[in-house]
Design a protein around this ligand. Structure first.
Ligand code: NA7
Length: 293
């Protein structure tokens, strides 16, 4: 398929590479020039990239970035043509997604929201899991592209429901990790060996994919970003905003948001979100020590 891929960040670069490898005709664009994908054309603007494409696939930071790519100066809107599909793998506001979809529908263009999970490793080896919102027929048309970039898609309902699902998923990741980090801090302060605690967690119903994935990094005090704290913070703020719109209270997430706020003030925004642990440690006056720490 002819695909315009807009946004070559950690995730987008790897995803566009996999589309090229699968034989699709890909043109890429990135806000900051200089990024490229071998085998793909490079466009100077989002609009130029989207010209003549069957599918415009976006993977940019946030709601404002998607709005700018679609409707800003040199954006995609003027070149939209009947039958095109816009797919968005950024994590952004569900309600803004619905508005963007309505605006392009007036031009005969379909909109599929397709945020993903699987981290940069999943993006690199084509094993992402997509949570997708949109009409069945449009999702079906995107099947070859999903197959090139991921291992599974979950159809969550109409446009906007992919984003709503993503927020509900990341809410859990943030809270599960926070529970783990608080447990490690308390246990350490009470004199329990954190490594033993992790072994116990893994042998009991307390275990989780989040802990399984994060424990080795935490025990080695490796806070290099797999999922940067700034992006998890953005997702937490989006989730609180969506909850407010829907009149839902999320007291635990509100508290965790404050920790992210403080971690950002401490200069940790570009570290992994696991670095929120370091604040708990500071307040408790301990350091969780694992094997190599
Ligand atoms: P990164 O690695 O932070 O990349 C973000 C990308 O978004 C990168 O290409 C940025 O371009 C682009 N960006 C950021 N702001 C804008 C604006 N205003 N206009 C256009 N493009 C912009 O993020 P990931 O790849 O890890 O994640 C991407 C999304 O997937 C995000 O929503 C995650 O939560 C999930 P730059 O190179 O900085 O010019």
């Amino acid at each position: 398929m002819r695909v315009a891929f807009l946004g070559l960040g950690i995730m987008g670069q790897a995803m566009a590479t996999n589309l090229v490898k699968a034989g699709h005709e890909v043109t890429v664009w990135n806000r900051t020039p200089g990024k490229m994908v071998e085998g793909a054309g490079i466009a100077p603007t989002p609009g130029a990239g989207a010209q003549g494409a069957e599918v415009v696939w976006m993977c940019v930071s946030d709601t404002a970035a998607v709005e700018r790519v679609l409707f800003g100066p040199e954006g995609v809107e003027p070149v939209l043509a009947e039958g095109m599909i816009i797919a968005d793998s950024s994590t952004i506001s569900p309600s803004a997604t619905v508005k963007f979809a309505e605006r392009v529908r007036a031009r005969g263009v379909a909109y599929v929201d397709a945020p993903m999970t699987g981290s940069k490793i999943g993006a690199a080896n084509g094993s992402l899991i997509f949570m997708v919102g949109g009409e069945e027929a449009n999702i079906d048309r995107l099947s070859p592209l999903f197959a090139a970039m991921g291992k599974k898609i979950f159809r969550m309902g109409e446009t906007g429901k992919g984003q709503a699902t993503k927020l509900a998923m990341n809410l859990q990741i943030a809270l599960i990790f926070e529970g783990f980090a608080e447990a490690l801090t308390l246990a350490t302060k009470l004199g329990v060996d954190p490594k033993q605690l992790v072994s116990l967690i893994e042998a009991t119903m307390v275990r989780s994919g989040v802990v399984e994935y994060k424990a080795p990094f935490v025990l080695h005090r490796d806070f290099t970003p797999n999922f940067p704290l700034r992006l998890m913070h953005k997702d937490i703020l989006l989730t609180l905003e969506a909850a407010k719109e829907a009149r839902v209270k999320l007291p635990a997430l509100e508290t965790v948001e404050e920790i992210y706020e403080l971690a950002t003030e401490e200069g940790h925004r570009d570290l992994d979100y696991a670095a929120t642990l370091t604040l708990l440690e500071k307040w408790a006056g301990v350091q969780v020590k694992g094997e190599a720490a």
